[in-house]
Ligand binder design. Sequence first.
Ligand code: DLZ
Length: 162
Amino acid sequence: MATRDLSDYDASKVPDAKGMRFGIAVADWNPEVTHSLLKGCITTLQKHGVSDEDIVVRHVPGTFELTLGGQWLAEYDDLDGVICLGCVIQGETPHFTYICQGVTQGITQLNMEYNIPFIFGVLTTLTADQALDRAGGKHGNKGDEAAVTAIRMAALQREMED
Ligand code: DLZ
């Protein structure tokens, strides 16, 4: 099966995000990847109407810290959603598995405990090239996908609250 282009979506179907406010927790491990995810994410939020002052970015050391960083964003700000961006690349030890499990369970738990969406914008790849391909490379940018997902979920929540 061909790999999907993470930046290929129908922009006309994305709700207007004017007035929405998002937090972004970004991991600084593998920065050449994660900072590119961040760039794509911010550009896509702006493209759909989110203003600069409604994008709150906080850096955490590694992907494992995204859960708490995301929680703090939700605790200390009034947000429509939190986007968690990270990149875990498999090494020679099982560390990869533990970080991936930790952040997946952590972000899932945040989704259950808070009444706003937490978006899983984490690349989990076998090689650095696979990650770069998905951070603005030949398979698009997972940061774009995460931004669109955040907007869609925030819009869905507003629709259900009305
Ligand atoms: C320790 C570690 C390793 C080996 N690999 C990664 C990685 O590929 N991506 C990532 O975001 N973070 C990695 N880390 C750091 C952990 O996420 C975490 O910051 C440390 O284990 C300290 O809790």
